[in-house]
Every structure is written in structure tokens, then in C-alpha cells.
Design a binder for this molecule. Structure first.
Ligand code: PEP
Ligand code: MG
Length: 324
């Protein structure tokens, strides 16, 4: 199997009829870099910055962050590295920054925390921009966006940090700024969001959780949690339809992107980039290289008529076996 992966590594991710997809990786630790490059990742679609924060006993300083971020940026340069600003709260806790709430998933999470604590946000942004000095491959992504004002506020802080760092003499370029689409409200505002950002990435893990009102980590309701629920598929398709003409890159970076079934459906919907764990990457590439766009479109068309999540996965299993 490993040998097969080695052969795949240098082959393009394209369908039999030549439709190109970009496969990116999700990272968190420096150790993820080597493995991702070995598997042929074209860039980092989601670097979860909360990971290096979670494995420490206190907030890393700006200097420490710069060093940590530099490893990701350098490891992948000139390929793009999408760094997501701190996404704590909900299921992600820092041992030294306690958030106690009745409803953590609907509470102080992601961008809400960092816009309330701009010193955390600005420290991160400055460290990211400094770390990109001479490399110019940094993209910044904002998590848990639920309204346009959050994006505008974050953008203005990022612009300010960029000017400061540049004036300090660093060889830096203004990074592209993008948002995660993972809250239902953002799905209904994708047009407005697309007109002010450089890229978008759908967080299908949280989007599934929030659309279905099913806690992504609660085993009691795990049966109800599925990105193949027709409502989730409809939302994913609507996002593409709404932003198709905005000319911005549209990716998915939730678990669904690393699932062969999910990858095919997302490609058929019109997503151009899929970001996943490095372990999923060869499998997804193999599946995409083994299918035609027409077959994928046909599968999508069929599953979009179904009303049960189980029927979607069963039908996809059958169709993929038949196509093979
Ligand atoms: C998501 O929500 O789909 C996502 C990619 O982010 P996370 O899993 O880190 O919340
Ligand atoms: Mg998320």
C-alpha cells in the first residue's frame, strides 16, 4: 500500500477526463509537515493554530509563535499555508484559559474570543506575518464567522498588523484573508462574505453540527450526525451556487473532504480544493483519478433526490462500486 502511495504522490489529482482538483492537508503540529509532503499535498488548507496552544502550559509568546508558524510556512513554501486564527471554546479548551459556559458550542468560540481579546488576535497575526517574511505564502483564515462585521473587524486588525510589521522592516506581503463557512448564518450570507474575502473554506464538521443541531462529540446522538444528511448536502451545494460567479477559491476542510464519497460529491458540486488529514489524501486522490466528471455529476444528481442520510451513503456505495 505504501508503495502505491509513493507512485501516487507525484501524479496529478485529476479525473480520468482531466478535471483538476487541489488536495491540501490539515495540520496542527510541526510533525505533520513531513508526512503531508510525502503524500503529495499541494499546500496546507487548514493549520489549526489552537494545537500548538493546547500542548503548552501558557500562551506562547509572539516570538514563540513566530518560530512555530515559520516551520509550517517554510516546510511548504512556495505552496500556500492557510493559518486559521485561534479557534478555542466549544470542544477545544486551553488548560490555562478556562471558559465555563452552559452552552459552549453556542457561546464564546473562535473569532468571538479573539475579537474580545484583541491582544491574543494581534499577537497571532503579527507572529504569522513576521513568520512569512521572504516566503509570501501565508493565507489567514477566520473561524466561526457568523456575521459580516466580524470579518470587517478582523480584516482591519490584520491590515493594521501588516503595516506595522512592514514598517519594522520585514519583507512581507499582505496575506490573503478568508473565512470558514461553518455556521448556518454564514451559508445564507456567502455572497456578502465572498465579496469582501479572498477565499472560503467550508468547515463541514461544525456546519453539520449546527445545521442538524447535533453535538459533534456526543455519542448519544452520533447516529444523527452525518454530513450526508440531505439538508447538509443542500447547504453545501447552495454555497457553490451562490459564490460561483464571485471568482474566489472554494474549499472544504472538514472530515467529509477526506472521505472518498464526500470528496466525489463535493467535486461534483464544484468545490475546487479539498483539505484533509494526510492519511486520507492518497485514498482521495486514487478515487478522483479513477472517475469521470460525468460519473460524479450523475452520482450527485441521484443523491440530491434522496431524503434519508442512510440512503445517500448506501446509494453512493453502490454507485462507486458500479463505476469502478
Ligand atoms: C470544521 O468545523 O469542519 C473544521 C474543519 O474545523 P474544526 O474541526 O477544527 O472545528
Ligand atoms: Mg470548525
Amino acid at each position: 500500500l505504501e508503495e502505491e502511495f509513493l507512485v501516487l504522490k507525484d501524479l496529478p489529482c485529476e479525473t480520468k477526463d482531466g478535471h483538476r482538483m487541489s488536495l491540501f492537508v490539515n495540520t496542527g503540529l510541526s510533525a505533520d509537515i513531513g508526512l503531508s509532503l510525502d503524500r503529495g499535498a499541494e499546500g496546507i488548507g487548514l493549520y489549526r493554530t489552537e494545537v500548538p496552544f493546547m500542548v503548552r502550559e501558557r500562551f506562547p509568546t509572539e516570538k514563540e509563535q513566530e518560530y512555530i508558524y515559520r516551520k509550517q510556512l517554510e516546510g511548504f513554501a512556495p505552496a500556500p499555508v492557510t493559518m486559521r486564527t485561534l479557534d478555542i471554546g466549544g470542544d477545544k479548551a486551553l488548560p490555562y484559559f478556562s471558559i465555563k459556559e452552559e452552552n459552549p458550542f453556542l457561546g464564546w468560540r473562535g473569532i468571538r474570543v479573539t475579537l474580545d481579546h484583541t491582544e491574543i488576535f494581534l499577537g497571532q497575526i503579527r507572529a504569522m506575518i513576521k513568520a512569512s517574511s521572504g516566503l509570501h505564502n501565508l493565507k489567514i483564515m477566520l473561524p466561526m464567522i457568523s456575521n459580516v462585521a466580524e470579518v470587517e473587524e478582523a480584516q482591519s486588525l490584520i491590515r493594521r498588523s501588516f503595516m506595522e510589521v512592514k514598517e519594522e522592516g520585514y519583507d512581507v506581503q499582505m496575506p490573503q484573508i478568508g473565512v470558514m463557512i461553518e455556521v448556518p448564518a454564514a451559508v445564507y450570507q456567502v455572497k456578502a462574505l465572498a465579496s469582501i474575502v479572498d477565499f472560503m473554506s467550508v468547515g463541514s464538521n461544525d456546519l453539520t453540527q449546527y445545521l442538524l443541531a447535533v453535538d459533534r462529540n456526543n455519542p448519544r446522538v452520533a447516529d444523527l450526525y452525518s454530513p450526508f444528511h440531505p439538508a447538509v448536502l443542500r447547504a453545501l451545494l447552495n454555497i457553490v451556487i451562490d459564490v460561483k460567479h464571485e471568482g474566489i477559491s472554494l474549499s472544504v476542510c472538514g472530515e467529509m473532504a477526506g472521505d472518498p464519497m464526500g470528496a466525489i460529491l463535493l467535486m461534483a458540486m464544484g468545490y475546487d480544493t479539498l483539505s484533509m488529514s494526510s492519511t486520507s489524501l492518497p485514498k482521495v486522490k486514487a478515487v478522483i483519478r479513477n472517475i469521470n466528471v460525468e460519473q460524479a455529476n450523475d452520482m450527485l444528481e441521484q443523491v440530491m433526490t434522496l431524503v434519508h442520510a442512510d440512503a445517500v451513503t448506501q446509494t453512493m456505495t453502490r454507485l462507486m462500486r458500479e463505476a469502478d
